[in-house]
Design a protein around this ligand. Sequence first.
Ligand SMILES: [Fe+2]
Length: 211
Amino acid sequence: MFSLAPLPYPHDALEPVMSERTLHFHHEKHHGGYVKTLNALLSEADIVPDTLEEVIAAAESGGNRALFNTAAQVRNHSFFWDAMTPERAPPAGDLAKAIALQLGGFQALKAELVAAGVAQFGSGWVWLVADHAGALAVTVSHDADDWRGETGATPLMVCDVWEHAYYLDHQNDRKGFLEAWFEALPNWAFADKQYAAAQGRGKKWRHPAAA
Ligand SMILES: [Fe+2]
């Protein structure tokens, strides 16, 4: 059984970009709903996994789209919560240098990420990823899909651009949500650790295993 981990901060900690009300709906109802469905699907399937990553791989290779979508959404949301912080800070470390050298700096990354998120038709996620050589890229994924469109890439941060992420607070203004989110909420210390792990220094984030 997989469980819904508590948020790593209070529900009102990400205001005003994401309100306490949004966080309750998003975490308990949306993410929690995916966890319940995941456990129900696993109880019917012949998969006895230790890790969510194994569930996702097995669902994908077995063509079980319902299980893949549900499991990937559980993981995407867990990563999303862990990749944010209420303690606003600029990029730091090697990642800050790479953003400046490769992408033209913080504001250029913001513009690229916001444009990609706005251009994503329908629901999905916008990611900053890095490959094993440290090359950065902004990428988007549709619906429940994760970052693996970039072969071998490691996610550093993500923003949920499903309407449930922003509609209560920003209505249809996805661009305004993304701009405010990028300025305030990415956990750059987390992203820098992921950036090092992408290049073989340290462990990459993984979803908590089933208990
Ligand atoms: Fe979401």
